[in-house]
Write a protein that binds this ligand. Structure first.
Ligand code: ZN
Length: 474
């Protein structure tokens, strides 16, 4: 079935599922949660999501710090990054937030990202989309799902379709103002400079004025008016949030902007941009470091190594992280182990470095140390698909089938291979001992996937395929 046909079938089925849960007051929180969870499953099949623990973790960390400021949270918030250079962020009812890489690359500092996330979290927390749809009866919830998906990722439809979809999701004026007002409060309580929100919205407005082509998708659903900007300025004044000097971009943001660009732009352009920056400031170790990261991310390992070693010698110790990863790719696992262990000595909560360390241990023939490093990585970043896969293979080889199937299933689930994930979760459910902490989540996934597949029919090809773990040798 083509994507559209498949989507229509899915939407029709969901209409039955979601409508049956309407309360007399409108749509229940449970229905919003269900809408979000169904959207997330469909999104994983159809959107180019970033599987980079550091990039997603960065957005998640800011998002979670804002969610902690909510008086009471109805939802379990989840954050995703879409590989898409356009400027967009999107909130789906039930706590699901999607941010395009294009938004990350344009932010001047963490406060601006926090501003966008604060605004989106406020929309979800105040049930804006649900209330709006309920009041206007413009769309049923099944249609809303389809419209949300086209709006988030234009490639699913034509640009006109996407623009039309986003326009159908245009938040009402008073909801936009409420999201600004609440978002500013939450982000400030979380320790971010609330001017970040205003700065970023002004930047989007400028981009729209300068653009001769298309309107940034963000503006179609979140219309930006002078009135809104004035109100936001007034709120910042009345709350006596004096304008202070803006914070510079954090090292994490600057590095992740390189990573985000390398995932979406032509490699030559990305390297050229950072080379130009270094030529403008030839003695700046940070510029050298960022060019090194650009070369690493675009596969120029030797050049990257030279630049990063020089940057490290000039005091950018973080460069050892990329140097460790380069050593691994150049088949120098011992050197990779030393470098990554040093990085983790300074920053023990780095899941990507832990997963890379696990790979170094694997290459060195130390499966137990590798298993332990993967487990630590997943405790910090439970959605690292590659780490689940690596761990599944190790556990399978060690004869631990129950856990092996569990991690294989999770890796398939995260890669969008839902039918195979379902059968592996079923095997894990049979093998995991009663009382195992994972059983509850395994059963939840089985229920979630069975429901989704019943409605959606056979999965589209395109979910990344992951090989089955080898069972115990012999
Ligand atoms: Zn908005």
């Amino acid at each position: 079935m083509c994507r559209c046909g498949r989507w229509r079938a899915l939407a029709l089925g969901l209409l039955l599922v979601v409508c049956s849960q309407k309360t007399s007051q409108g749509v229940s929180f449970q229905a919003e949660r269900e809408l979000g969870s169904k959207f997330a499953l469909a999104a994983r099949l159809q959107l180019p999501l970033v599987d980079d623990a550091e990039l997603v973790g960065y957005v998640e960390q800011i998002g979670r710090s804002i969610v902690r400021q909510l008086d009471d949270s109805f939802f379990d918030y989840r954050f995703f990054v879409v590989k898409e250079p356009s400027l967009n962020a999107f909130a789906v009812p039930g706590g699901y937030i999607y941010v395009h890489t294009g938004l990350i690359t344009r932010a001047a500092n963490d406060d601006e990202i926090a501003g966008v996330l604060g605004h989106e979290i406020a929309h979800i927390h105040a049930h804006h989309l649900a209330r709006q749809q309920e009041a206007t009866q413009l769309m049923n919830y099944a249609t809303l799902l389809g419209v949300l998906l086209s709006a988030v990722h234009p490639a699913i439809g034509s640009f006109a379709t996407a623009a039309n979809a986003a326009a159908q999701l245009r938040y009402r004026r008073e909801f936009e103002q409420e999201a600004d007002y609440l978002g500013v409060r939450y982000m400030q309580a979380a320790g971010y400079d609330p001017h970040g929100m205003l700065d970023f919205f002004k930047k989007i407005g400028d981009e729209q004025r300068l653009s001769t082509t298309e309107v940034p998708p963000y503006l179609l659903s979140h219309p930006l008016t002078d009135e809104r900007l004035n109100n936001l300025e007034a709120v910042l004044r009345t709350q006596q949030w004096a304008a202070t000097a803006r914070r510079p971009a954090s090292l994490a943001l600057r590095r992740l902007q390189v990573v985000a660009r390398a995932r979406t732009e032509a490699p030559g352009d990305v390297v050229a941009a950072y080379r130009q920056a270094l030529e403008a400031q030839p003695h700046d170790p940070m510029a050298r470091y960022l060019l090194g990261v650009a070369c690493f991310e675009t596969g120029q390992l030797e050049t990257a190594q030279q630049l990063l070693e020089a940057a490290r010698d000039q005091g950018i110790t973080s460069a050892e992280r990329e140097l460790g990863r380069i050593a691994l790719r150049l088949r120098q696992p011992e050197r990779a182990k030393i470098l990554l262990s040093r990085v983790l000595g300074r920053e023990p909560q780095d899941p990507e470095a832990l997963a890379e360390l696990a790979r170094a241990y694997e290459a060195l023939g130390e499966p137990e140390a590798a298993t332990s490093a993967y487990r630590r990585a997943l405790a910090l970043a439970p959605n690292m698909q590659a780490a689940h896969h690596g761990l599944a293979l190790l556990l399978g080889r060690a004869g631990n089938e129950a856990e092996g199937f569990y991690h294989l299933a999770t890796s398939l689930y995260l890669g969008g291979s839902y039918e195979r994930a379902l059968s592996q979760y079923a095997r894990a459910a049979e093998l995991l001992p009663p009382g195992d902490m994972r059983l509850a989540s395994v059963r939840e996934r089985i229920e979630e996937l069975s429901g989704f597949l019943r409605v959606a029919g056979p999965p589209t090809p395109g979910g990344r395929r992951v090989p089955t773990p080898r069972r115990g040798r012999g």
